[in-house]
Design a protein around this ligand. Structure first.
Ligand code: HEM
Length: 383
């Protein structure tokens, strides 16, 4: 997408996309404004989203977009409740366990010297982490993974088709979560659902529906994004072998390398908003109720903000990318995603020496225009 972004930033930084029926915003400052100016841009879907069918709307409602598609004051209340259960401290405590899971995932491939980084590693890793965070027992993990796939598929279907299997899976998943909630009410455990229930009891502001919606949102917001951050990191570092070596020699660079991957190949390329009123941005007048897409992937390559924006540099500093958004909806899972990526890269550096792509064919991009990554990444390695 990058040559297209460059062209748009240079010629039409705010443009109406006739075919898609939405406005697009490409420059760094404007994208930040669209993401964070709650007074003018709503995270809700608006009334004029004519491209969406009733089925798509119901899929959105089911898959529980509540936090991410809610405006203040309700957003403020929901966010403060869930972030209490989602603190950096809680995330840091997960590190040893994430490392263990990452090692377990790679173990079966060490002998053969071949692995599909996406299918075998970066895809299952975040699913398992979220399952554990929520306190899903390991014997239910396969069921959970199936539901997670379907929830993500139905979220992607916001811009495509919703199939009945996804709907079925969502209903099953909600029934399952309800059972877990009932159990945790009686016997709280050290997990996110128990923490949310506690918040519910104390505040009486969080309904069971809110908790279900939040659990589904974590699956949609946290899985494919993290898969692609890890995949994009390995892909980009393989394209820059000298920086791969530099990272191997100096693992202290891992956090800044991950920030640079977030900027250079942002796993979430775009977010939607709805204009609350008629407004002007970038010299264009946008009618009330219009859908507006903030192109994060373009903002993060804006030469006005980043020197040598198209150069990948793991030592880039400062790096004010907006891959996790900006403002009140700033990604709740950012500390978790950063940590998963750091642990994943560390384990890959340790266990998969002399890593190479198996074939240099064109890689299949991830579906849709919001998520940015590859469907599969076959690799070989040797000791
Ligand atoms: C919000 C990106 C991982 C949970 C967001 C937003 C972005 C984003 C751009 C802002 C949406 C907006 O402004 O409308 C990413 C990327 C990730 C990632 C690039 C990985 C590399 C995660 C993970 C979780 C998570 C691991 C949870 C387990 C959320 C939630 C929100 C959110 C709950 C909504 C916050 C709110 O509306 O207040 N994410 N995310 N994300 N993300 Fe992430």
């Amino acid at each position: 997408p990058y040559p297209m972004y460059d062209q748009m930033r240079a010629g039409q930084p705010v443009a109406y996309m006739e075919a898609m029926k939405f406005w697009s915003v490409f420059g760094y400052d404007d994208v930040r404004t669209v993401l964070s100016d709650q007074a003018r841009f709503s995270s809700g879907h608006g009334h004029e989203a004519s491209a969406e069918t009733a089925a798509q709307k119901s899929a959105q409602a089911n898959s529980g977009f509540s936090l991410i598609t809610t405006d203040p004051p309700r957003h403020t209340m929901l966010r403060s409740l869930v972030s209490r259960a989602f603190t950096p401290k809680a995330v840091a405590a997960l590190e040893p366990r994430i490392e263990q899971i990452a090692n377990e995932l790679l173990a079966p491939y060490i002998q053969s010297g071949k692995v599909d980084l996406i299918r075998d590693f970066s895809y299952p890793l975040p699913v398992i982490v979220i399952a554990e965070l929520l306190g899903i027992p390991s014997e239910d993990r396969d069921r959970f993974k199936h539901w997670s796939d379907e929830v993500v598929a139905s979220a992607n279907a916001v811009i495509g088709e919703v199939n009945p299997e996804s709907q079925q899976a969502l209903m099953e998943m909600h029934a399952y979560f309800r059972e877990i909630i009932a159990k945790r009410r009686i016997h709280p455990q050290d997990d996110l659902i128990s923490a949310l229930l506690l918040a519910e009891e104390e505040q009486q502001q969080l309904s069971e529906h809110d908790i279900l919606a939040f659990c589904s949102l974590l699956l949609v917001a946290g899985n494919e994004t993290t898969t692609n951050l890890i995949g994009n990191a390995v892909l980009t570092l393989l394209e820059h072998p000298e920086q791969w070596d530099q990272l191997r020699q100096d693992p202290q660079l891992l956090p800044s390398a991950i920030e640079e991957v977030l900027r250079y190949r942002s796993p979430v390329q775009a977010m939607f908003r709805t204009a609350k009123e008629e407004l002007e941005i970038g010299g264009q007048t946008i009618a009330a109720g219009s859908r507006v897409v903030a192109w994060i992937g373009s903002a993060n390559r804006d030469e006005h903000k980043f020197m040598n924006a198209h150069t990948f540099d793991i030592t880039r500093n400062p790096n004010p990318h907006i891959a996790f958004g900006h403002g009140i909806h700033f990604c709740l899972g950012a500390p978790l995603a950063r940590m998963e990526a750091k642990v994943a890269l560390r384990v890959i550096l340790d266990r998969l020496p002399n890593l190479q792509r198996i074939n240099q064919d064109l890689l299949q991009p991830a579906r849709g225009f919001i998520v940015h990554g590859v469907e599969s990444l076959p690799l070989r390695f040797h000791h």
